[in-house]
Design a binder for this molecule. Structure first.
Ligand code: SF4
Length: 353
């Protein structure tokens, strides 16, 4: 039997909500408050089952395509972004749209357009079928090819090896992406880099943080949904960094008691679309099984937030319901948190090192 006095729980930070997820969830909540239900949302607003269920209970209706949205209704586009064709379809059907695409995804879209305009072949590193990749590729389908890893790098063909650039999905493993880039560069020495990191700050920070604790952990529990790319990557990164075992769980109910056999040190983190309430439930579950309160390991404090989509801010202002924190109109990016709904209230826990 494991000596309970030697048990530890390492709770890593940054974890949980990123600025793009916070903004997207808040956009749906504010739209529901302002326009009343139903508010349609194309695809899952963020890849988290709890968030989707909670918003559904408030009146959000999740659909796969804009065709499923009744004419004249309101539709929110998810944080993962959409192709220009989706905007056109929505416009043609007379839908009122709120675009909750994360500004860091929008940045990648802009890079894709720019390199396509300068006639580059664009090698987009990412996972086939992911909504973000579909949206980015839709910016210049005739110029963009998907490369899904080093194996894909070995076979991709370009028109002119002197005019090739790589871009990436925002939620990939940094290390694996660099391996893919190296494989591409071996074939195309003139391969250009993106002007700035496409893998976003939140993805990178969560990977760096879990890497720090992984070597000490017999078990790492990553809270996140199976369709959340950045959450799945956290499991892979934890294992690569030395955790003896790592599992993805949507919530505490998915933890298998058998995973605890012989486990002294448990690491806990969560993906960028995960509300803190789900992490707290995992910590409670561990406490019920004799694990002590968590030691918080904080690598960096994240303060970035994004203002609500401008079309929503406009309507909130016209209705006299724009909170001071949501006022800025001079771009999307701000340094401090604004107000928010209940899904985000548990996020900004005090942390200590
Ligand atoms: Fe934006 Fe990164 Fe969050 Fe995705 S994970 S919503 S790109 S901040």
């Amino acid at each position: 039997m494991t000596d309970s006095r030697a048990r530890r729980v390492l709770l890593v930070s940054p974890r949980g909500y990123c600025a793009g997820v916070d903004r997207a969830v808040l956009a749906v909540e504010k739209a529901l408050e302002l326009y009343g239900p139903p508010v349609y949302v194309r695809k899952q607003i963020v890849h988290n089952a709890y968030v989707v269920r909670t918003l559904e209970a408030q009146g959000a209706v999740f659909v796969d395509t804009t065709e499923q949205v009744p004419a004249g209704s309101i539709v929110v586009f998810s944080a993962h972004g959409v192709a220009p064709a989706v905007h056109e379809e929505a416009g043609a059907r007379g839908l009122k749209t709120i675009d909750a695409t994360c500004p860091l995804v929008t940045k990648v879209h802009a890079e894709a357009r720019r390199f396509a305009d300068s006639d580059h072949d664009i090698l987009l590193i990412g996972h086939a079928g992911h909504e973000e990749v579909e949206g980015t590729a839709g910016e210049a389908p005739e110029r963009i090819q998907l490369v899904d890893g080093p194996a894909g790098a070995a076979t991709v063909r370009v028109r002119d090896p002197a005019k090739v650039v790589w871009l990436s999905q925002t939620t990939l493993s940094v290390d694996e992406t660099m391996q893919t880039v190296a494989a591409l560069r071996a074939r195309f020495p003139a391969l250009a880099d993106p002007p700035s990191d496409d893998i976003c700050y939140a993805t990178q920070n969560r990977q760096v943080a879990v890497k720090r604790i992984a070597p000490e952990c017999d078990l790492v529990l990553v809270v996140g949904s199976a369709n959340s790319s950045n959450s799945v990557r956290l499991v892979e990164v934890a294992l690569e960094a030395g955790a003896r075992a790592a599992y993805l769980v949507d919530d505490a109910g998915q933890i298998d008691e058998g995973w605890l056999a012989g486990v002294r040190t448990v690491g806990v983190t969560s993906g960028a679309s995960v509300p803190e309430i789900l992490v707290v439930a995992v910590l409670d579950w561990l406490a019920e099984r004799g694990y002590p309160p968590p030691e918080e390991i904080t690598l960096t404090q994240e303060r970035l937030t994004f203002a609500l989509p401008p079309e929503l801010r406009r309507d909130l202002r016209a209705a006299g319901r724009l909170a001071p924190a949501d006022q800025p109109d001079d771009g999307d990016q701000r340094g401090q948190a604004g107000g928010g709904g209940h899904l985000r209230e548990a996020v900004d826990q005090p942390v200590r090192q």
